[in-house]
Ligand binder design. Sequence first.
Ligand SMILES: *Cc1c(COP(=O)(O)O)cnc(C)c1O
Length: 453
Amino acid sequence: MGKRGLQDEPGREAGGGPRGAGTDSERGRDWASALAWDQAHLWHPYAAAGEGPVWPVVSAEGVRLRLADGRTLIDGMSSWWAVIHGYNHPVLNRAVREQLDRLAHVMFGGLTHGPAIDLAKRLVDLTPTPLERVFLCDSGSVAVEVAIKMAIQYWQARGQPAKHRLLALRGGYHGDTLAAMSVCDPITGMHRLFTGLVPQQIFAPRPTCPFDAPWDPSAIAEFAQLIAAHKDELAAVILEPIVQGAGGMWFYHPQYLREVRALCDAHDVLLIADEIATGFGRTGRLLALDYAGVAPDILCLGKALTGGYMTLAATLTTARIAAGIAHSDAGCLMHGPTFMANPLACAVAVASIDLLMAGDWQDRVRRIADQMTRELEACRGLDGVRDVRVLGAIGVVETEAPCDLHALMARFVDAGVWIRPFGRLIYLMPPYVISPDDLSVLTASVVRVLSDA
Ligand SMILES: *Cc1c(COP(=O)(O)O)cnc(C)c1O
């Protein structure tokens, strides 16, 4: 197919129009050749070029993805933690359309706009009190880069430039850009491939004490030694509160966070909380930090921020740190993306947050948690299953051996569900709007696929 092939096809102009209009125009696409082109030219996340099957989606509604061949799949992934209200939501669609007719984008340097102000106000309101300065950026990884820069610039301003390293947790995930990568788990993040480019950080063991076990004080011992030993070179600790997501779907004890906060204070090290995955109710609390009642110095939000509509993230910090940065040699925070605070993304984020706060998300997440706990229990006795755990709207089955990703995904698609396992983890994180019947289809598929395996 020639370079222009896809652009000339009908369907490129789809959108606008009434709901579902895109479906009809997508039917005209020659999917066999489009998929061949995809395989030859498009990279997908964490895949070799051309590797593995991909399924074409033409539209989505609620918790259902519609494939090009007409089949529908019940979504168990929320498109990676993001689509909390379901797809094609009338309120979110309206927010985008109304903003589109006013202003799709304008530079944020020297200009501002209502959607950014409205969004920042909401973020300040729903996060712990000392967080009152908001940096809006393009993606979760960038939010983590910004958080790291804030911490380092703060210590420079305080005359302590030696405090420029990070203490992170093994089993963590913080994004794919280089500084964000440097604080991901060094093994699964493949740091050795990027030696010399990725800064060398300090790693504490994965928090061993599970979320619902009695607190075991020895769980913080090694962290306590590391922070004491390195305090003079540490700008900040960075962690995912309560739930380590893409690094292993592990739920740890809230007391661990309180201990970390106290140790950061005692040793004059900042605390960066990465709530990009956990924010906006996924764990059963609005922020996972709320389980511990802990306030960080810097907080990263992303993923569900726009209800999964557009890419947008935020880094919040305190007045003290912001003032420190303002008095540094640079005189400002050294960051400013082209599409900073994109008005479409801010407008849909405002609508998504308002929808969440006006609704009964706590009941919904609790109901999802209860049902997953009941229905995934059947996995516990199965051969090759190591652990089953549920927290909020996150259900995880951990296997003994790594799964065959492509084979499993094909079986899930055949069963009418969208579930993408990784490593030894098969997990469910459905949109909060999922019905009990649809959730039962998801859990039954996991049980069946694991029983057959
Ligand atoms: C997904 C994720 C990121 C990175 O966000 P992107 O939008 O993919 O760049 C960072 N931290 C955590 C905890 C995440 O789950």
